[in-house]
Design a protein around this ligand. Structure first.
Ligand code: 3HC
Length: 306
């Protein structure tokens, strides 16, 4: 048994200076980078509503949430750097379409109810997926995830609170919430990834204790957690096959449209082009800041003054 295998068997964390197989390092960089990209692209759908939030309170909450997502992206890029990845290179891979980000952020936010439903369902799905990652085998990733999950919990609650308020409002507001639930339910289930039989990475990532549960296990957990919340809120989940299965002690539910997931992942979702174009523009707009910071750092290290 290698030192790496012994550490995994004892459930110890793998740390940056530990010896690790090249494939483990590559898988960690892949997952952490995709996760970081998702947080950064994920600022866009809700960010579009900051200037149109219906009150100062809602604007302040939304601003804080979107800033949190930026922070999550930064912790995650830092975690990827501990594995030898270069942040600028990861960003280039994203904007050139060579690395993925979560499918969920390629759907449009049509009304303010979408802000609430993203908080409730999308952040709810993120929590289901990410709480087990706090026990992921790579130390810097697991530790970043603890703080991220705490903030995601706040995000989920703000979404649910917004929806509770809207459901107590006018018939038109209730209809907006139901419409948003209808549009976001299936994409939220797709966030967990392809079904286990079609997931190429799960078996190895479970063996390395990067993932602690399969995609289908976490999807099931999310459905079981969400159904009672939907009923307390007074909305219907758009799945005619959704019902409690007494024998399994879990809900049965219909299959998402896996072809749609494949299309969105491969760049052909409703807003993939717009999301990446916006990210490319932000990267170009920030070039002078990076150049100035690099020049300042070079000058400081050569003993110059500002
Ligand atoms: N969107 C985009 N790509 C997806 C995807 C999705 N919903 N689901 C799977 N994929 C990709 C995988 O990344 C993998 O791509 P690659 O092999 O070419 O790199 C491929 O499809 C096959 O899927 P697998 O199930 O085999 O891949 P994984 O074992 O990596 O599992 C995962 C996918 C469950 C998303 C896992 O990577 C994971 O848990 N990642 C960490 C969490 C994460 O990235 N969440 C994204 C949402 S961000 C977020 O929640 C922000 C919050 O503010 C809302």
């Amino acid at each position: 048994m290698t030192v790496f295998e012994r550490a995994l068997a004892r459930d110890q964390r793998i740390e940056p200076r530990d010896t690790m197989p090249d494939a483990y390092r590559a898988t960690m960089i892949r997952q952490i980078a995709q996760h970081a990209h998702s947080e950064i692209i994920g600022m866009q759908p809700e960010g579009e509503w900051i200037t149109r939030a219906p009150s100062l309170r809602r604007k302040a909450i939304l601003l804080a949430k979107v800033q949190d997502e930026a922070g999550h992206g930064l912790y995650l890029y830092s975690a990827a750097e501990t594995l030898g990845a270069d942040r600028g290179d990861l960003t280039r891979r994203l904007i050139e379409g060579r690395q993925k980000y979560s499918s969920i952020f390629n759907y449009p936010t049509l009304t303010f109810a979408d802000v609430g439903v993203i908080g409730w369902l999308v952040d709810g799905a993120a929590i289901c997926n990410q709480v087990p990652l706090c026990r992921s085998s790579y130390g810097p990733y697991a530790r970043a995830m603890i703080r991220i999950c705490k903030e995601e919990s706040f995000h989920q609650r703000q979404g649910y609170e917004l929806l509770t308020t809207m459901m107590g409002g006018t018939a038109q507001q209730r209809a907006m919430v139901q419409d948003a639930v209808d549009r976001w339910w299936w994409p939220s289930l797709m966030m967990f990834g392809p079904p286990d039989g079609a997931s190429p990475n799960t078996a190895q990532s479970m063996a390395w204790k990067i993932k602690r549960h399969t995609n289908d296990e976490l999807r099931q957990r999310f459905v079981d957690m969400t159904v009672p919340q939907a009923s307390a809120l007074g909305v219907t989940l758009p799945d005619p096959e959704l019902r409690w299965n007494e024998a399994r002690g879990q809900h049965d539910f219909g299959a998402p449209d896996w072809d749609e997931l494949k299309r969105v992942i491969s760049g052909d979702g409703p807003l993939n082009h717009q999301r990446l174009a916006r990210r490319r523009q932000a990267d170009a707009d920030g070039a002078w800041v990076r150049e100035a910071a690099a020049a300042h750092a070079a000058r400081s290290s050569s003993g110059g003054t500002t």
